[in-house]
Design a protein around this ligand. Structure first.
Ligand code: PRX
Length: 591
């Protein structure tokens, strides 16, 4: 029967994947720097390494990006290089300086990709924000980073208007509207843009992208950067406080390049689709920089998840390497049969990141595509892949894989001492790899908190088998992972208590078969409010529009009180224990 398949504990690597083992034996990061011809004089620029290198070679007319949104477009390496040069000139004309922060708040339109590269070329720091963010999520990021310029469109600008006066560092908004994406705006586009801009109530010195880029030069003298100069930053959540600005350096491209080749097995001839949004780290490291640095063509889909559309994308663009996340695979698995009728024979390698990849999904991959799904592990802070079921090693379904060459990973106890194989502990790494974060923006103390006894602590619990494979167990803290997106409970709690009906809130991740976890809120209502479905819906909408469209509680429980420590901190792990029916423990002793 077709449904009954073998479920081996170890799957031999498919024979069509390259064997990197010989090279891995003696690998040192220095070898990667020496191997990279674009790093000759000790300086580099990640945007030039990723794109301009190809624009100056015989690959210049090769398609770098197949883009599909409301229409379909293609960009060659030469076009991407010229457009990002133009955008770098636009920024230079308005006075950008090295290390200025420029944030992008756009859907996955080509201008997002062009402007990201252009910012890096000037030596400024690019920040990206997922288009589901609401005013509060935007404020936290723009305010903390002191962003000087913001690139957005007139629709999304509406979410910024209410906070703009509270952002003293934000000098200008660059508005992306009515462009034909290529930067050669025609009269109709320019007037559309002007109309949209009027409607959006722009400030006097704001810039209309299409107009500015059309008149900017295609030549730009790309800033040569030191390896440790910052290139981009992303905000990510911890247990306490507001999101932290993780800053990455130009040198990270060395690891993004190497791991794109070794783990994603990406090569020049591949057509590659990373489904992550550049508002998250995967969409930057492996949605742009890594694959372009390998000279591959990427596919971008600007639209919502839909199994039929996703399979059509693979079929239409003949995608050969696909990088996605467990929740997306689980959603496809639920849409059983949706792949039928699509020719998916172009696929030759599939990888996954961001959440535990249950072995069932690996077997589903074999059943559906004739390919196992290769798990790998890393984080916003690490900028690049660390642990992986890389191509030439057997896959152990359910396990994250082994450290890649150049990475020393270990399991340590609470004192930072390595534990024996098979024992659960904290997943730690030697922080000596090129894509390791440079710092936490304006918060060196937070940065220091990550380290103990020379180890970088990931905040994850895991164990290592005798054979070297790592198994993910869970977070060591209260951070929630919903659909592969990392959400800090504190931010959601803060958004909840801003609603007049709520006095106190405790937020946890509740295990969910589809999304890994969903956000569950325990709330204490203010006097005069009664629990009701209407109130729940209203609060949900409130959090969605203020904080973010993806980080709202799907489940509510109205309670009289919340478990607290003696010093008054909400004990989320008791809420979780209660939710899962586990022993609750004694809270009265907690400080
Ligand atoms: O808890 C781990 C989980 O996602 C966290 C990192 O999230 P973020 O910084 O948003 O980066 C996601 C994409 C790189 C980790 O601390 N995580 C990531 N990969 C895996 C994973 N959990 C289990 N298995 C994985 N392969």
């Amino acid at each position: 029967m077709a449904d009954i398949i073998e479920k081996p504990a170890v799957i031999d690597p498919p024979p069509n994947l390259r064997d990197y083992d010989a090279m891995f034996g003696t690998f040192k990061w220095q070898d990667a720097y020496d191997r990279i011809e674009w790093f000759e004089d000790g300086t580099l620029n990640a945007a030039a390494s990723a794109v301009d290198r190809h624009a100056e070679s015989s690959r210049k007319n090769k398609v770098a990006m197949y883009w599909e949104g409301e229409s379909a477009e293609k960009y060659t390496f030469l076009e991407l290089s010229s457009l990002s040069n133009r955008f770098a000139n636009v920024l230079t004309d308005i006075g950008i300086e090295r290390r200025d922060r420029v944030f992008i708040f756009l859907p996955r339109v080509p201008e997002l990709y062009v402007s990201f590269l252009g910012i890096l070329k000037t030596g400024a720091i690019a920040g990206t924000m997922f288009s589901a963010f609401g005013p509060e999520g935007l404020y936290d990021r723009l305010h903390d980073s002191g962003a000087r310029y913001l690139i957005t469109n007139s629709k999304l600008l509406e979410r910024v208007q209410g906070i703009r006066d509270d952002l003293p560092d934000l000098e200008r908004v660059i508005l992306v509207d009515g462009t034909d994406h290529s930067g050669t705006a025609n009269a109709a586009d320019a007037s559309d843009a002007a109309n949209a801009a009027n409607a959006a109530d722009v400030a006097e010195n704001d810039v209309i992208y299409s107009e500015a880029i059309a008149s900017a030069s295609r030549k730009f003298d790309v800033a040569r950067m030191s390896p440790d100069d910052p290139a981009f930053m992303l905000y990510t959540s911890g247990t306490t406080g507001k999101p932290k600005g993780v800053v990455h350096r130009h040198l990270a491209i060395a690891q993004q390049h190497a791991t794109t080749e070794w783990v994603l097995d990406l090569h020049e001839e591949d057509i590659y689709w990373c489904t992550a949004d550049p508002g998250w780290v995967t969409g930057i490291s492996y949605g742009m920089l890594g694959p372009w640095s390998c000279g591959s063509s990427i596919v971008v889909h600007d639209g919502r998840f839909d199994p039929n559309i996703w399979y059509s994308m693979i079929e239409r663009y003949q995608v050969s390497v696909w990088y996605s996340a467990p929740t997306a695979f689980r959603m496809l698995m639920r849409a059983e049969g949706a792949h039928r009728g699509h020719d998916l024979a172009s696929l030759r390698h599939i990888c996954s990141v961001g959440e535990p990849l249950n072995s069932e999904i690996v077997y589903w991959g074999i059943r559906t595509f004739g390919l196992p799904i290769h798990d790998n592990f890393w984080q916003t802070e690490t900028g690049g892949i660390l642990i992986a079921n890389y191509p030439s090693v057997p896959i152990k379904p359910g396990w994250m894989g082994k450290p890649i060459p150049g990475i020393k990973a270990a399991i340590v106890d609470e004192a930072g001492k390595e534990v024996s194989r098979g024992v659960e502990g904290n997943l730690a790494l030697l922080p000596n790899f090129p894509s390791m974060m440079l710092t936490i923006w304006k918060n060196p103390a937070k940065y220091e908190e990550y380290f103990m006894g020379g180890w970088y602590l990931t905040g994850d619990r895991a164990l290592q088998h005798e054979d070297g494979y790592f198994l993910f167990i869970g977070r060591a803290d209260d951070v929630i992972n919903t659909s592969g997106e990392r959400v800090g409970p504190f931010e959601v709690e803060s958004a909840l208590i801003a609603h007049p009906a709520i006095v106190e809130a405790g937020v946890i991740g509740k295990p969910d078969p589809l999304r890994g976890e969903i956000i569950k809120a325990f709330v204490v209502l203010s006097d005069g409010y009664e629990p009701s479905e209407e109130l729940e819906a209203e609060v949900r909408r409130f959090v969605k529009t203020r904080l973010a469209g993806h980080a709202y509680p799907r489940e509510f429980e109205f309670v009289e009180t919340l478990p607290k420590t003696r010093s008054g901190k909400i004990v989320r792990r008791m809420l979780r224990a209660q939710e899962l029916g586990l022993p609750i423990g004694d809270v009265s002793t907690l400080e």
